[in-house]
Design a protein. Structure first.
Length: 72
């Protein structure tokens, strides 16, 4: 019988997904900030806010996924 714990471990595709989650959140926040900056004619303000929110949301998503994978 296979170890039940080995099914819950993070595999390579899971790690790639986590990297994509982090990168995607930062890119999405940056792009959204750039769009708002262009519309509001405020140079770096919303871009920096978007990068910050992207980092925070990526970190939270990363933490939630890793925590659920380790609990299973």
């Amino acid at each position: 019988m296979a170890d039940e714990r080995s099914d819950a471990a993070l595999r390579g595709r899971d790690l790639v997904g986590l990297g994509g989650l982090l990168a995607g959140a930062v890119v999405a926040g940056t792009v959204l900030g750039l769009v708002i900056d262009n519309l509001a004619d405020t140079s770096p303000v919303f871009t920096l806010v978007g990068v910050g929110l992207g980092i925070v949301s990526g970190a939270v998503g990363f933490w939630v996924r890793v925590r659920s994978a380790l609990r299973a």
